[in-house]
Design a protein. Sequence first.
Length: 164
Amino acid sequence: MDTTNWKVPRPGQGAGRFTVESGRVIASDPCYNMNRGEGTAARKGNWRASVDRRNTSWGNRVCVLTAWHEDVNPESRTFTKLRGADGGVDSGQFGFFDEKEFDPDGPFYDDCCSMTCSDAGFGSTKHGVVACSGFGDGCYPVEVSREGKEAVAFRVTFIGDDEN
């Protein structure tokens, strides 16, 4: 499924804002244990996030979660598959997090669950953004947009145009 030309909601609308301080972003289900250094090199600073929702036969679902550094326009970016693998989901949620904050054994995981179990189904923390994963557990394509070796935008597609 090619999601390269999907329209992203205007910056400032959607899932919120967060800060990347460590220079590494983890794209993951917040329940997974990740080692420091496993994140993707990313631009430090302020990031924004948005969700694309759509009515499906299963109800109104989050279809796409996008996060980008505030200095770039995600609508004009080219995205490629991150690390050649899909993002696994086992707790019905997925997000982009500063490696500094990622700790599934602490209050971080409970905070993520509170946001994704809310009516909105998504939200942001000081150092990341999380959304419920469309149709739930499974594997979803994660994409990245880079400037040099730094990631400046990420996108995960839970439900594509051809899925209902």
